[in-house]
Design a binder for this molecule. Structure first.
Ligand SMILES: [Zn+2]
Length: 393
C-alpha cells in the first residue's frame, strides 16, 4: 500500500480527508490485438469504496467502450486494450460520482438499495436516499448483480427480494454501522491510533452523530468552493494533473516536476507545493532525508509566509495520510528548518495554536503536541540569538 492513497472523492483537496482509496494501478500486457490492461488492485480500491470490484471494472468497460474480463475467484480484472492509469483514475471519479457519493452531502458512506429495478443510494451520514441515473449502462448490470449482503443477517441493502422495503430507524442505524465498518481506512496496519481509524468503531452518541453531520456539511462546503473556484471540473484540475505527473514519472527530476507545474500555471501557487509533498514523499522512513534532497523544489513555488505555511500544511496532510509519521514530526520540521524551506518565524507562528486549515482540529492538536520539542528548541534558539544581536548593537 506504499503507492499511496487518494481522498474519496479525489477532488476533495483541503482537509477532512477521512475517506481514502488506494491509487488505482494498471498494467498493460500483451500487444497487438491481444493488448489488455490488468487492474491488480481494483479489489482494494473497490473495498475502500465499499462496492464489489466488478462494478468499477464494468464501468471502465462502459465508459471506454472496451470488453472487460472478470474472474472473481482469482481476483482477475482486465480491460481489453491499452489504458493509461491516469485515464482510468479519471473514469473512476465518474463511477464514484454516480454510484458512491451521496449527491446531497458528498459523503461516500452510502449503500446501494435495489428495488423495483431502481437503484437508490442511502447515505449513512445524512440519511438521504437519492436515485441513481438508470440510463447509464452500469445501472442495469447492478440491478442484475446486486451488491452482496452483509455477513450478519444482511437484511439491509440489496433488497429486491421484498425484505428491504422502506427502512425504519433500526434499519437506518444498522446500515450506518455496517457501512462505516466497510469503509474503514484502506490499510488498518498503518493506523496506530483509534481516533484515526475512523469508522472502525462507530460512536452512535448524539454528539458523534452531530459531529458526523457537521463533517458532512464541511465536506460539502469544501466541494462547493472547488466547484465554483478556479478548478471547476475535476478531470482538468491542474493540481490533479500535477499529482498524476509526479506519480507517473517517478524518475522525473525536481527541475522536470517544476517545469510541469509551470506548464500547468501552478509555478507560483502555494497549493501546488502540497500536491508535490503528498505525491513525492513516498517512503515514510525517508521523509526527513528526502526533504534535504528536494529542498530546491520545495522553495521554488515561492517563499512567502503563505508558501511556508503551505509547506507545513503539506506535511500535516502527509501525516494525516500516514499516521506513522506523527512521531517523526520534530525530525521533519527540523529538516524543513535546516534546509531553509520554512523559517523560524513561520514555525513559531504556526506553533501558536492548532488550526484546521489543512487537517482537522483533532489531528492538528496531535501534530502540535508531537512538534513541541522542536518548537521549544526553536523558541530557545531565537531567544539566544536575540540576545546575541543585542550584544552586537
Ligand atoms: Zn448524504
Amino acid at each position: 500500500m506504499s503507492s499511496g492513497t487518494y481522498n474519496i472523492p479525489r477532488s476533495l483537496k483541503d482537509g477532512f480527508c477521512r475517506y481514502k482509496m488506494p491509487r488505482l494501478q494498471a498494467k498493460i500486457e500483451g500487444k497487438g490485438n491481444g493488448i489488455k490492461t490488468v487492474l491488480p488492485n481494483i479489489v482494494d480500491v473497490a473495498r475502500a469504496l465499499s462496492r464489489p470490484p466488478a462494478y468499477p471494472a464494468k464501468y471502465f468497460g462502459n465508459e471506454l467502450g472496451a470488453q472487460v474480463q472478470i474472474e472473481e475467484k482469482s481476483e482477475k480484472y482486465i480491460v481489453n486494450g491499452a489504458h493509461e492509469v491516469s485515464k482510468l483514475q479519471d473514469v473512476l471519479d465518474g463511477f464514484i460520482d454516480r454510484y458512491v457519493l451521496c449527491p446531497v452531502c458528498k459523503n461516500p458512506e452510502t449503500d446501494l438499495i435495489i428495488k423495483d429495478k431502481m437503484i437508490t443510494r442511502k447515505c449513512g451520514a445524512c440519511g438521504e436516499r437519492t436515485d441513481v441515473d438508470m440510463r447509464h449502462g452500469l445501472a442495469k448490470y447492478i440491478v442484475n448483480h446486486p451488491p452482496p449482503k452483509e455477513k450478519k443477517g444482511g437484511q439491509h441493502a440489496s433488497a429486491g427480494n421484498g425484505s428491504g422495503g422502506e427502512g425504519d430507524d433500526a434499519d437506518g442505524i444498522d446500515g450506518l454501522v455496517q457501512n462505516t465498518n466497510k469503509l474503514a481506512l484502506v490499510d488498518e496496519d498503518d493506523v496506530d491510533d483509534d481516533d484515526w481509524a475512523l469508522g472502525i468503531d462507530v460512536d452512535m452518541s448524539a454528539e458523534a452523530v452531530a459531529q458526523r453531520q457537521k463533517d458532512a456539511e464541511a465536506r460539502l462546503a469544501v466541494i462547493d468552493k472547488h466547484a465554483t473556484g478556479e478548478d471547476a471540473e475535476d478531470g482538468d484540475d491542474p493540481y490533479d494533473q500535477l499529482g498524476d505527473f509526479i506519480r507517473a514519472n517517478r524518475e522525473a527530476s525536481d527541475r522536470e516536476i517544476f517545469a510541469k507545474a509551470t506548464e500547468l500555471q501552478l509555478g507560483k501557487k502555494h497549493r501546488a507545493v502540497i500536491v508535490v509533498i503528498l505525491c513525492l514523499f513516498e517512503e515514510s522512513a525517508m521523509v526527513a532525508k528526502d526533504i534535504a534532497k528536494h529542498d530546491k523544489l520545495l522553495v521554488s513555488f515561492g517563499d512567502s509566509d503563505k508558501h511556508q505555511r503551505a509547506v507545513i500544511g503539506g506535511f500535516e496532510r502527509l501525516i494525516e495520510e500516514r499516521p506513522e509519521l506523527l512521531a517523526k514530526t520534530p525530525a521533519i520540521f527540523k529538516a524543513l528548518f535546516d534546509e531553509e524551506i520554512v523559517e523560524e518565524e513561520a514555525f513559531l507562528e504556526w506553533g501558536k495554536k492548532p488550526s484546521k486549515k489543512y487537517v482537522d482540529k483533532e489531528l492538528a492538536k496531535k501534530i502540535h503536541k508531537a512538534a513541541e520539542p522542536f518548537i521549544q528548541w526553536l523558541a530557545e534558539a531565537e531567544e539566544a540569538s536575540d540576545s546575541d544581536e543585542d550584544d552586537e548593537e
